[in-house]
Design a protein around this ligand. Sequence first.
Ligand code: GLN
Length: 304
Amino acid sequence: MNYNKLFEKIYQSLGNTENLGQVASYIPELKNVNPHKFGVHLTTLNDKHYSFGDSDEKFSIQSIAKVLALVLAYQLEDEKLWERVGVEPSGTPFNSLVQLEYDKGIPRNPLINAGALVISDILVGHFEDPKKHFIEFVRKVSGISGIDYSSRIADSEKSTGYTNAALANLMKSFGNIRNDIDTVLDFYFSLCSIEMTCRELSRTFLFLADYGVCPYSKERMISTSKSKRINAIMQLCGFYDEAGEFSFKVGLPGKSGVGGGIIAIHPNKYSIAVWSPRLNAKGNSILGMKFLELFTTATKASIF
Ligand code: GLN
């Protein structure tokens, strides 16, 4: 199957998309991104590559990085992890505070902001230099030494990060944040600031299509069972209160970020990264979701 041709055909079929959605503006730096960028890259387990558009341009992966933080924390904590964060879909926006009070400071899942802050707290408590350790982990998983945080994006988010600070404070009051709040927030904002191209993103996540093994280095990153569970969490929680919609229309485990990126995994086959910065009201890339829907429809292949 020549996906390059299919990518182009699907992109053309999207028609006039001028007025669809808005780039994220609550993080000042993200406002400066060209809203018309569009890129896609698919990497198969046997190292075939297909791409279209701005697939070699870096963008802020934002919440997609929460999955990698989860992988590292799950490795460290094993099943103890689930005492501090759940595995249920939240049905609420990614930065929602309301549920957290009812749930006594235990976030519904690790992919909403509250959950990722708990994961950040675990990593901060575990390593002498958590930012260094985490980025080295991401470089190992991806096999790409140049991947890095963007201090410009992290500082920008810090300057307006009131809701995340509120989430961290609320959880601290319930005893579910153990370390200094500013240190945890600083790690979280750095985590979200990582930049990758679509090509790099799809390569980084390929191990989740191969049941935890990096297909290029053959190194196991996480056990088969844990890898399947991470995919299950992405399937149910990766798009917040739109996880049902993504499952319904695309049929793959995936994760979005407010930078407009989406990663989706077809276990045993491929990982595909799409980037289009304009978001819907739920903070998910409009064209990215639509493109993946048309792609899994055209290829007649999803996990279902
Ligand atoms: N850094 C962003 C935030 O905390 C991540 C949100 C996202 O990508 N959905 O608001």
